[in-house]
Design a binder for this molecule. Structure first.
Ligand code: GTP
Ligand code: ZN
Length: 211
């Protein structure tokens, strides 16, 4: 379990040379002040005086996933509920993340299913795992793989299926400016990977069908 926990800690936790020079809050606030000046605004005007503090506080929350371990969240499991070994699907888990290219929001929904093999986990823990990965700088592909990976490694189920659908604000607010386009990513492990019918059942249930 220790190895699994280590694998899913934020990069700074397992790099050979961990990040030891994490800036202080004061330094982060100074950086925000610099950005404010760079936009052309005046950081000393009344409306902006407290903005660096607020931004740093907001970032602490929005990037809180760097200080949490998703494998730990899944650590408390219970024996399979008697007589049930079929698909557990938690769908429409809303998330807010930020793309690693522009640090602009990615807003979407995650659908996470697994086929238990002796171990089940509290449903809220699945949503917690989604949040932890969302609260780091991401690509949608990496986030999809990370959610599936940690569930597979910790619960060792017969299979995991993860689908994310999200809008990337970096494609809406700037650049190509395509409002409303959605990106879908999915990944499958175990039985889902090997059995196309199981993938179809997962997608059908995500879409509201009976599977
Ligand atoms: N594959 C992938 N690409 C992403 C994701 N989020 C943002 N991007 C893309 O990352 C790319 C970065 O491209 P660059 O050409 O380096 O940066 P850019 O000049 O800001 O690109 P434009 O957005 O096209 O203006 C863009 O095409 C984004 O749409 C993601 O989650 N996955
Ligand atoms: Zn982006």
């Amino acid at each position: 379990m220790d190895a699994v926990i280590k694998k899913f800690m934020p990069p700074s936790a397992y790099m050979e040379k961990p990040v030891t020079d994490r800036p202080t809050e004061a330094e982060a606030e100074a950086a925000v002040r610099t950005l404010l000046r760079w936009t052309g605004d005046n950081p000393d005007r009344e409306g902006l005086v407290d903005t660096p503090k607020r931004v740093v506080k907001a970032y602490r929350e929005m990037f809180g996933g760097y200080d949490k371990c998703p494998a730990e969240e899944l650590g408390r499991t219970f024996e399979e509920v008697a007589g049930y070994d079929d698909l557990v699907l938690v769908k429409d888990i809303t998330f807010h993340s930020h793309c690693e290219h522009h640090m602009v929001p990615i807003i979407g929904k995650a659908h996470v299913g697994y086929l238990p093999d002796g171990k089940v986990v509290g449903l809220s823990k699945i949503a917690r795992v989604v949040d932890i990965f969302a609260q780091r700088l991401q690509t949608q592909e990496a986030m999809t793989a990370q959610i599936a990976g940690v569930i597979q490694d910790v619960l060792n189920p017969r299979g995991v299926a993860v689908m994310l659908e999200a809008e990337h604000m970096c494609m809406a607010m700037r650049g190509i400016r395509k409002e409303g386009s959605t990106t879908l990513t999915s990944t499958f492990t175990g039985v889902f990977k090997d059995t196309p019918e199981e993938q179809v059942r997962f997608v059908t249930m995500v879409r509201g069908g009976r599977g």
